[in-house]
Design a protein around this ligand. Structure first.
Ligand SMILES: NC(=O)c1ccc[n+]([C@@H]2O[C@H](COP(=O)([O-])OP(=O)(O)OC[C@H]3O[C@@H](n4cnc5c(N)ncnc54)[C@H](O)[C@@H]3O)[C@@H](O)[C@H]2O)c1
Length: 406
């Protein structure tokens, strides 16, 4: 089980010449741009870095985005043909932020070309694709990374330490959820996320992957699950050429069918004995971006929520008088918060988490070592996902079986 623990936040190796890392980015929408901006910000935030990255080439099928990549972000060039990105000799890392069902083909080509690969989660749209992606990258011996950006949130890392050091005692139960309103409006357009042939599975792939990945990091493996899925909004307006999942149609627009799930829920058992519940929804009304977890142990409890990413709720059984949750604010005593703002309770934001993961990934490439979370972590999630989807069909408990290919 990959934990991130071994290397996260370790001091940089000083005194070495900085290694140049050439990046080719494929998919220049939300996350492609977020990663590119993050790579541009790293030199201003991490003077101790062991590398200098270069935005070599950007691949996207939308001409305006390519123009923006070159003019505003400083990419050397743009191309509508992703093969040119993979084949460019100046590219060391292929960073994939295209729709999920394209991931596998891009990873296979990148691995065959001997390039390191950072792929946005979930690494393929189905468990079968993720299994294959992990297998080809492992066989090629390239360094892999997966965009589980919430792992690097400074207070999530603090939660990991509190649990690992035993401050919560024996963990008895865990609640994970990712509730997002991005699909709550029935006029929200039918972007690629709602289509099984472009996204693969729905909210399990898109949102629950993040939730379960965090639980894997914090508590360890899940051994059995029982779950259910549902699609609550079966039709949506068709999008324009560059419509994202935040775009809106109008009443009377032509519509198409949603072909993957809006909601998933599951009850599970962890190998350490704890019990857990997970829910993910993109059509819920109320929680706007609630990527959250609560952990309960025999000596304490804690909780974190992306909507308040600079706060950790902590309860420690200390004495009879002083009970209740306290709020621990983020601050520069937690790596890497102080690289963004000094002091305490001066907050960091969503995209800073992308900077942190890109910094950690580049360090691994510069040092020529494994990065965590790599494709192994994506594989661990899809092994749970396969059991959940099986359970949604069978209606009963299903064992989680590792899908790792030989
Ligand atoms: N880690 C996170 O928090 C997070 C958040 C959002 C998305 N993601 C992941 O990032 C990936 C991209 O999601 P997004 O929200 O940025 O999507 P998006 O729709 O905003 O961007 C996707 C881009 O891919 C481009 N594209 C489509 N087909 C292409 C092709 N054949 N060749 C090159 N480019 C092509 C599109 O034109 C678009 O610019 C997904 O895998 C998603 O799961 C991760």
């Amino acid at each position: 089980m990959s934990t991130t623990a071994e290397t996260f936040g370790a001091p940089a190796t000083t005194g070495r010449a900085r290694r140049r890392i050439g990046f080719g980015v494929i998919g220049f929408g939300w996350l492609g741009q977020a990663h590119s901006r993050s790579l541009l910000r790293i030199p201003t935030l991490f003077p101790e870095r062991e590398f200098d990255s270069e935005l070599v080439v950007c691949g996207d099928t939308v001409p305006e985005r390519l123009e923006d990549a070159v003019r505003s972000f400083g990419f050397g060039r743009g191309t509508a043909d992703w093969r040119e990105v993979v084949e460019d000799p100046a590219v060391d890392v292929v960073l994939i932020a295209a729709p999920n069902m394209l991931h596998l083909e891009l990873i296979e080509a990148a691995a065959a070309a001997g390039k390191h690969v950072f792929c946005e989660k979930p690494v393929g749209g189905t468990p079968e694709q993720t299994v294959r992606a992990e297998q080809v990258a492992r066989a090629a011996g390239v360094i892999t990374g997966v965009g589980y950006n919430y792992r690097g949130a400074p207070l999530v890392q603090y939660a990991r330490r509190l649990i690992a050091d035993g401050h919560l005692g024996e963990i008895t139960n865990y609640r994970g959820r990712f509730f997002s309103m991005y699909g709550s409006d029935p006029l929200g357009v039918l972007s690629w996320r709602f289509l099984v042939d472009q996204a693969g599975h729905g909210v399990t792939t898109d949102l629950m992957s993040h939730s379960v990945d965090l639980a894997h990091m914090l508590l360890g493996p899940i051994t059995k699950v029982v779950g259910t899925t549902a699609t609550f909004i079966p039709e949506r307006p068709l999008p324009g050429a560059t419509g994202t999942h935040y775009g809106r149609g109008r009443p009377g627009d032509p519509t198409g069918a949603v072909t993957n799930e809006d909601y998933a829920g599951m009850l599970c058992e962890f190998s350490g004995g704890a019990r857990g519940t997970f829910e993910a929804s993109r059509s819920i009304v109320g929680p706007e971006s609630q990527m959250a977890f609560e952990v309960y142990g025999t000596k304490g409890a804690l909780g974190w929520n992306l909507e308040k990413l600079n706060e950790l709720q902590l309860y420690l059984v200390e004495d009879e008088l002083h009970t209740g949750y306290r709020t621990v604010f983020g601050g520069d005593r937690f790596p890497y918060h102080g690289h963004f703002v000094p002091g305490s309770a001066n907050g960091i934001g969503f995209e800073d988490l992308v900077v942190i993961e890109d910094y950690e990934f580049c360090r691994a490439v510069a040092q020529g070592r494994e990065y965590r979370p790599g494709f192994e972590a994506a594989l661990e999630w899809v092994s749970v996902q396969a059991a959940l989807l099986k359970s949604a069909g069978s209606g009963g408990w299903e064992d989680v079986v590792s899908l790792r290919a030989p």
